[in-house]
Design a protein around this ligand. Structure first.
Ligand SMILES: NC(=O)c1ccc[n+]([C@@H]2O[C@H](COP(=O)([O-])OP(=O)(O)OC[C@H]3O[C@@H](n4cnc5c(N)ncnc54)[C@H](OP(=O)(O)O)[C@@H]3O)[C@@H](O)[C@H]2O)c1
Length: 419
């Protein structure tokens, strides 16, 4: 681990984060502190205005369903007065009550604390579902957009590069993303374990958000014979498109006679959809064991169906318990991930200093070239003109040699310094 003298920490104090997340307030309230803009161009302008108004050197803006984050650089410290005007600028319609909510719950982070938070967000330690990788994609997209908008530059680039690299290391060297925790992915995993062939006849009943996700998984796993039933045909058609299947209305369920191998049922109906007569009809005379996955609460399958027929029945309670168990497993990995992040973060001050030296050195070659040109064309012009061609060429070659060597000296010294 490298030593990080106080001076470097001070340089890093320019990194700042203002954030509100699912950890502090509920998801609906987070949107109060979001930048509201109907069009992309309006959002661009509002962010540019924000940057100018608060004299931010660089700015990156992340907005997801469970966090907003303003990551920026600025030399002055930030305080509560800054935060009040920041929130009022973002949302001029904030009520006093909402502003108070923001003030009490927002996190204002500076320097290494801000960087540490960025790293934790990138590696999903701060996520609602620990170990989900979506956040890293969202963060990278937010950065790419901020660059495209011309809002950020070298300091944020450096922090983001290191945060992304660190997150990848966390994902690959801990078990934080192992064992699925979403009910749908667990259900699909169970379905795959039943060894139903890809060409099995599957029925999806219900076309809400849950079954939309189910359909995506089924498509990903190449199930090819799927019929979707839903109360409204439009939603059934949308899902049918995802799985290249057929769409039917829910009323057609009672007359469906093609038989089936598996059913995934998930609707908001309060009374069972799969009752004994309906199930009997769906069997179309087949007697082999079927798979039924019921993800609805209350269940859409009548208890008599489970007792009267030969069914491999997968229901939500069992999956919930497994999801909880898996989450606890991921939670255990968090402390390992935090130690790793701490170590990776401790490299950042050196990296930052090295970059500052590189930037300072960028002008050295041109300056040395300019000295040579000034010497030849001004200071020693008369003497150079009096030389014969061969001698003039020799002088020029000697100076070019010196130029090349001189450029290397400060670069080498800087490299030594930052080691
Ligand atoms: N497993 C999980 O993790 C999980 C997560 C969230 C919810 N759920 C449960 O899953 C069920 C559906 O949730 P969702 O988020 O997918 O819901 P959603 O997006 O609100 O969709 C509801 C679905 O149920 C249908 N529906 C609603 N009332 C119905 C009725 N009386 N008869 C027939 N169909 C009806 C709707 O049909 P239309 O399109 O015609 O309106 C739609 O297809 C609920 O029981 C919920 O508790 C489970």
């Amino acid at each position: 681990m490298h030593s990080t003298p106080k001076a470097e920490f001070n340089m890093l104090e320019k990194y700042k984060i203002i954030t509100l997340t699912h950890k502090q307030i509920n998801l609906k309230e987070i949107s109060l502190f979001d930048i509201h803009a109907d069009k992309e161009a309006d959002l661009d302008q509002r962010l540019k205005d924000l940057k100018v108004y608060f004299q931010l050197s660089e700015l990156m803006y992340l907005s997801t369903c469970n966090r907003i984050m303003f990551f920026f650089t600025q030399d002055k410290p930030i305080d509560e007065i800054f935060l009040v005007s920041f929130f009022q600028f973002i949302n001029p319609e904030l009520t006093d009550e909402a502003l108070q909510l923001g003030m009490e719950n927002a996190r204002m982070l500076e320097g290494m604390d801000a960087l540490s938070h960025l790293f934790e967000v990138a590696s999903s330690i701060d996520s609602l579902v620990i170990g989900e990788r979506q956040i890293l994609g969202q963060l990278r997209e937010a950065y790419a957009l901020s660059r495209k908008r011309g809002l950020c530059d070298d300091n944020i680039r450096l922090a983001m590069d290191h945060a992304v690299m660190s997150a990848k290391k966390v994902y690959s060297s801990t078990r934080i993303g192992e064992k699925p925790v979403s009910i749908v992915s667990l259900a699909i995993q169970k379905l795959l374990r039943t060894s139903l062939p890809k060409e099995s006849r599957l029925l999806i009943i219900g076309a809400g958000q849950t079954n939309q996700l189910v359909a995506k998984f089924l498509a990903k796993h190449d199930f090819s014979d799927i019929t979707v039933f839903n109360r409204s045909i439009e939603k059934a058609q949308t899902i049918a498109q995802t799985v290249s299947g057929n769409a039917r209305t829910l009323t057609e369920l009672k007359s469906f006679d093609r038989g089936f191998d598996g059913i995934i049922v998930c609707t908001g109906a309060k009374d069972p959809i799969l009752d004994v007569p309906t199930y009997q009809q769906l069997l179309a005379g087949e007697t082999n064991r079927k798979v039924v996955i019921d993800l609805a609460i209350p269940h859409n399958t009548h208890p008599d169906v489970i007792t009267q027929f030969d069914i491999n029945y997968i229901e939500i309670e069992g999956l919930r318990a497994l999801a909880k168990e898996n989450m606890a497993f991921r939670q255990k990995e968090v402390s390992i991930a935090k130690d790793l992040l701490h170590e990776l973060l401790s490299d950042f001050p050196d990296l930052y200093r090295q970059r500052q030296v590189e930037l300072a050195m960028q002008s050295v070659p041109n300056e040395i070239k300019a000295i040579k040109s000034h010497a030849m064309n001004n200071v020693f012009r008369k003497e150079v003109e009096s030389l014969d061609d061969n001698t003039r060429e020799l002088v020029d070659r000697m100076l070019s040699y010196m130029e090349k060597k001189c450029i290397g000296i400060p670069m080498k010294a800087a490299r030594q310094l930052t080691k």
